[in-house]
Design a protein around this ligand. Sequence first.
Ligand code: GLC
Length: 435
Amino acid sequence: MKVKKKLFGGFWILLLVVILAACSGDSEADGNDKESDDSDSNSDEQVTLTYARGVDTTGATEVLAEAFEKEHPNIKIEFQEMPSDSGEQHDQYVTAFSAKSAEIDVFDADVIWPAEFAQADYALDLDRFIEADDIDMDAYFEGTVKAGNFKGKQWAMPKFTDAGVLFYRTDIVDDPPETWDELIEQADELKGEKDTEFGYLMQASQYEGLITNAVEYIGAYGGAVLDEDENVVVDSPETVKAIEKMQEIVGSDFVPSNILNFTEIETESAFIEGNAVFARNWPYLQASSNDEDKSKVAGNVGFTTLPAGDDGSASALGGWMSMINRYSEHPEEAWEFVKFMTGPEGQKITAVDGGSAPTLVDLYDDEEVQDAGVTFSEPDFVEVLENAIPRPVSPIYPEISDIMQIELSKALTGDITAEEAAGNMQTKIEDAMED
Ligand code: GLC
C-alpha cells in the first residue's frame, strides 16, 4: 500500500478540479453509467484505487490494504489520509464530490453521512453489487445497515460500529464509578495516583465529537434532541441537567485546563502517556492503549459502560461505513475493496489490529476477535452497542450538529447558562427544520 498524505481541499486543488470538471463536460447523466464501460476486476489489468479515510492511529488500515492486495494482485490501494475530525473530513469530501472529482474511489463515511451523500448524488448505489455477490445484509447489526440505507437503497456498507465507553486504569481504580456523580468523586480523589495529572478526559472541543458526548449526557438524564416523530424536544429540564453536569466536569480541576480543545486524538495521547485515570472514548482506544510499543499503560487498561445519570447509562452510536464515489472510474474494483473491508476477513483485521467493534454479529463469537480486545469478550459490550443512541436522524443533520456545537460550546465556556443553551438549541433547530 502506498500512503499519500496529501489533504484534499486546498484552494488550488479545488480550482483545478472545478476547471477539469467543466472542461470534461460532465453531465448529471454520467456517473452511474460509467460502470458499464469499466474493466472487469478479474482481468489482469492493473488498477490503482484511491482509498480515503481519517487518520488511523492503530495501523490497521495498512494491514487491511496489504491483505486485500495479496488476494487481488491486479488492484493496488493508495491511501489518502484525511483529517481525524469527522466534520473536517465531511467538508473535504463535499468539496471534492460536488466538483465531481474522480480522484477518490472508495471512502469511509461517518454513520451520519450516507443519507446526505446519497441525496446529494455523491455515492454509488450498492444494491446491484450486493445482489450479484449475494451479500447477507441480515448478518450485520440492523442499526448499522439502516444507517447506510436511504430511500430503500443501500449506499454504504457497515465497516465498524462505535459506542462511547469509559476506559480506566486498572492499577488505580478498584470499583469503577456507576454514576456521573461517582465519576466526579473518583476522578477528583484518584487524580495524582501513579503520576497521573488528570482524573478524567472527554471530547469537549467544538466539533462532532462534542455532540456525541452531549448525546450521552442528555440520554443519561432522560432528555432527547428529537422525539420519534421528529419534533424538537431538546428544551427540557432533563437536557438542562445534562448540560449542567457537563459544565461541572469541564469546569473541574481534574480535567486538563485545555479540555475545550480535546478531541479523540488528545484524549488518546494523554491516556496512553499515563496521564489520566479515566477517559471517555470509542473502543479503538483499547488497541492503542494496550499496544506495548506506544503505550505506557499497556496491560493496565479496563473498560466499563459510561456512568449513569437519573435515567441510566447512555452511549452515543458512532461508527464508519464504506462507500464508493459516484464518479469513480473503477467501480467494480472499488466494490471488491469495499466488500473485503466490510466482509468477515476485513472486519476481523479492523477488530484485531484496530480495536474497533465489528458490525457482523457472528464475529463476536470468533476466538481471535474475542482475544483481541478487552471489550469484545464482554457480553455487556454487545448490549452497549445494540442500545447506543443515534444522533438525530434528519436530512439536515449537519445543520443541527452545527447549532448544537455552537450552543453547547458557549455553555461550556460559561458565556451562556445551560437553560439558555437548551432554549437556543430548541428555537434554532426548529427554525432550521422549517426552512
Ligand atoms: C467516532 C465515531 C463517529 C463520530 C466521531 C466524532 O469516529 O465513530 O461516528 O462522529 O467519532 O468525533
